[in-house]
Design a protein around this ligand. Structure first.
Ligand SMILES: *[C@@H]1O[C@H](CO)[C@@H](O)[C@H](O)[C@H]1NC(C)=O
Length: 419
């Protein structure tokens, strides 16, 4: 296996590993940490003994592939522990089949994630930039030196691809060749056994191996994916993405809020499943409303010591302290829907078109070019009359379909072509 990490592991890294292991606790898919001590030369970490061998060995002993049912059972355990780490603000950064051990030789034994040697704390709105991990499992945005917890989800996509077909999605003889494949190549679903696997399985893998991290599923969403959800009794965990999206929603203009509300009206039963689970976790009152204070309360139920280091609590405090009325499920759905993820779906065009129809009925209004520019956060130096003319309808001065889609995305420097 090629390791990107060429620098010697420093004592600081080991201390961080100990801090992460000892502060994360209480999940059955996490190797149990007992103690650590140092002498003059070494740091010793005492952990639970796992005798069942590596996930990699089990894959190999099965001739390199798992049935869909067996792969799902493995995935549920991986997603469950990874969603837990992500909520605590810990990104593993080295997820691969060698880093999962079975607790015993028994077929139904529990899978445990080990080796937090490359892990780090990450705030929900922070981007990391050091390149670490293992080449076959590394996410494109890690190579671009700007990433967060989504990078782990890519690695899980690589693992499940291997579980299902026995080969690697991105392969080359050299490290730079692998990196090129990760950045440019699409994984193949043409060769056997892919044609005989279920459409849900392929959809699941594709939504993890999306090169755009904003379109990739989170661990909590992956547990809600029909491929997993319909097979197993799965407990859906709280997703920090919900908090990030809600924060952006609350600080949006009322025009953007109504655009998002129109988009939320087009969600399918499957898409609503995840949002209903998240809403339920936030503890709505009997009439079905949540306040922003619920965000903190819900998180505190799951908090471990790690949240202090990762400053997830600070982040949630800033969201919780915003002044905003209570939200019912309909408004919550509008606030927590990810436009990027929807855009990654094959059905995006239909969603956007029907959302625009709803928006036309109650939401669209005449808007001045300057006002739209400020809605979208365009800098005054942008020649707005040139850039925005297609975003406003000439006959009535209301938003065009194009303008509507831009508004859904909200403020972003990328929403404008360079002048
Ligand atoms: C729930 O919250 C809403 C909005 O604040 C309020 O109108 C309603 O009375 C509350 N219901 C209960 C049962 O507390």
């Amino acid at each position: 296996m090629i390791n990107l990490m060429t620098t010697a592991i420093s004592i600081e890294d080991v201390r961080r590993e100990v801090r992460i292991l000892s502060s994360l606790s209480g999940h059955k898919n996490l190797v149990q940490f007992h103690d650590a001590y140092e002498d003059e030369d070494n740091v010793y970490i005492i952990m639970e003994l796992c005798t069942g061998g590596e996930l990699l060995d089990r894959i190999l002993s099965r001739g390199g592939k798992y049935s869909e049912e067996d792969a799902k059972a493995v995935m549920v355990q991986i997603l469950s522990i990874v969603s837990f780490c992500h909520l605590q603000g810990v990104v593993h950064r080295d997820l691969k089949p060698e880093n999962f051990l079975f607790s015993s030789k028994d077929d139904n034994s529990t899978l445990k994630v080990i080796d937090f040697g490359l892990s780090d704390f990450v705030k929900p709105d922070e981007r990391l930039n050091d390149i670490v991990g293992s080449a076959y499992y590394v996410a494109p945005e890690v190579l671009h030196r700007s990433y967060g917890t989504e990078a782990d989800m890519w690695s899980i996509g690589v693992i499940v691809y291997i579980l299902l077909c026995g080969s690697r999605p991105f392969w080359a003889r050299t490290e730079s060749g692998i990196f090129r494949a990760v950045l440019k190549a699409e994984p193949s679903f043409d060769e056997p056994p892919w044609p005989s696997l279920s459409a849900e399985a392929k959809d699941f893998v594709r939504r993890l191996l999306n090169k755009d991290y904003r379109k990739r599923m989170t661990a909590s969403q992956a547990l809600c994916h029909p491929w997993i959800r319909e097979a197993q009794e799965v407990r859906i965990p709280l997703d920090i993405l919900t908090y990030k999206l809600m924060r952006a929603y609350i600080s949006s203009s009322s025009l953007r809020k109504s655009a998002l509300r129109a988009l939320a009206k087009t969600l399918t039963v499957n898409q609503l499943f995840y949002l209903r689970e998240q809403f339920g976790l936030l503890g709505p009152n009997k009439s079905g409303f949540i306040s922003l204070l619920n965000l903190k309360a819900a998180l505190m139920k799951q908090a471990t010591e790690a949240m202090k280091d990762s400053r997830v609590l600070d982040f949630v405090n800033t969201v919780s302290s915003l002044q905003y009325r209570k939200l019912d499920f309909e408004e919550f759905a509008a606030s927590a829907v990810s436009v990027y993820q929807m855009e990654g779906l094959d059905t995006w065009e239909q969603h956007a078109r029907s959302a625009y129809e709803y928006f036309e009925k109650d939401g669209n209004r005449p808007i001045m070019i300057e006002e739209l520019a400020s809605e979208l956060g365009l800098s005054p130096s942008v020649p707005v009359h040139v850039v925005l003319q297609d975003w406003i309808r000439h006959n009535d001065g209301k938003l065009s379909f194009l303008g509507f889609v831009k508004l859904l995305h909200g403020i972003s420097a990328r929403s404008i072509p360079k002048a």
